[in-house]
Design a protein around this ligand. Structure first.
Ligand code: SF4
Ligand code: F3S
Length: 112
């Protein structure tokens, strides 16, 4: 089992999650983060910390797309353990539908 970052992280990218993860298993893309499924210890600490409610346990239904995306990009993007400032329009982007199709970027973030 692992926790997974899902759609609403895209362009919200609050990064509160990275501050609490005991095993530092978040990886940074240009406009979202992902969790490395082989490193996550399923502690669940990050889930309530996300203001966008974007982190889910993989026991929830219909997360296949996100499980694969987290696994794929955790291998490509840099590790992030320190929170920076969220995007200026993070609040406006919270809850926008279909972010994966409209806004997902495969580009890496800057990491720590
Ligand atoms: Fe890190 Fe725990 Fe969240 Fe997994 S569930 S990403 S180990 S804080
Ligand atoms: Fe994304 Fe939530 Fe973390 S918006 S960066 S999963 S705190």
């Amino acid at each position: 089992m692992t926790y997974v970052v899902t759609d609403n992280c895209i362009r919200c990218k609050y990064m509160d999650c990275v501050e609490v993860c005991p095993v530092d298993c978040f990886y940074e893309g240009e406009n979202m983060l992902v969790i490395h499924p082989d490193e996550c210890i399923d502690c669940g600490v990050c889930e309530p910390e996300c203001p966008a409610e974007a982190i889910k346990p993989d026991t929830e239904p219909a997360l296949d797309t996100w499980l694969k995306l987290n696994a794929d990009y955790a291998d490509k993007w840099p590790n992030i353990t320190v929170k920076r400032e969220a995007p200026a329009d993070a609040k406006a982007m919270d809850g926008v539908e279909g972010k994966l199709e409209k806004f997902f970027s495969p580009e890496p973030g800057q990491g720590d």
